[in-house]
Design a protein around this ligand. Sequence first.
Ligand SMILES: [Mn+2]
Length: 350
Amino acid sequence: MEYSTTVTHAALVARLRAAKRPFLTTHFKPDGDAMGSVLALARALRSLGTVVDAVLAGPVDRAIRGLALEGEIRFVDHGVAIPSADCDLAVVLDTGAWSQLEHCRDWLKEHPALVVGIDHHARGDAVAPMRIVDRGCASCTQVLVAVIDEMGVPFGPSARTARNTIAEAIFVGLATDTGWFRFSAADDRVFQLAARLLTCGVDKDGLYRMIEQGDAPGRPLLTGRALNSLTYACGGRVAIMRLMRADFVETGTRVDDLAGLVNEPMGVREVEMSVLLVESDPQLVKASFRSKPAANSGGAFIDVNHLAAHFDGGGHVHAAGARIAASMDDAVRLVLEACAVYLEDTPVAG
Ligand SMILES: [Mn+2]
């Protein structure tokens, strides 16, 4: 099955407008784009008078959680989060993967005709038969722009700093999924959208401080542990770091404190790809893969989505993850083997 768009924007918006009790959700452990997508669509639908059940499942970063006003989002830390009995539409945002939707998977499978999807990922399952998937968008919130425009809902007030608007929610997804407009996905359309959102009064500096400068005191200590473990492979093209459970205990940190740490070695000229391996059980390692974009258009780069798929994981070409059922030492070996095979066929970037 190909994971691509199956409906027009007009048809999807007709479904959204007709829904009386829509349920909105996104992938487990929502990030900025997942939260931004749910918030943006919830705000748009509520502005039309629709009663919306917007649900986020799993741990959510404190700063990201703080973007929602009281009562805007139903947070479900553990277990299932299914729609109410009178739900007549479920909207799945920023994912199309069953593995990321455990909190409502059974309900979605029982009601396929009620499920629509809006996403920007390269891979997905048949979660939503009716869906819009735009891989050309840097964030799911960017995909939503055309949907909300089609609904005829304004993004927010113009001029003056404005918080808690549709524009802010869209901006958060766009900014966080592009590493604050640094990643290759931040193209001309992204900057044009960013300009439109700033015109709506989005407080970019306040959001940056809130989302990116809220680290726990233990975070620099954890970064130190990771950097201490750093080794290079494949002629310096690959950087690998590892963190054990004891590293978290001894620095007073949690897995939540890891955000962005995988990118630390990317400042090194020769490094094309960075891997962070985190022990979550003695026989389970979580792997994060990041790669640099090609130095010139059409140039070579490492597709980490491809590499992660080797371990039944996935994501994007420059950012992906996987779970490896092995000890840390075995996981390091398996990742190095996969890198060696893959990089042999990938010319040096730059
Ligand atoms: Mn996203």
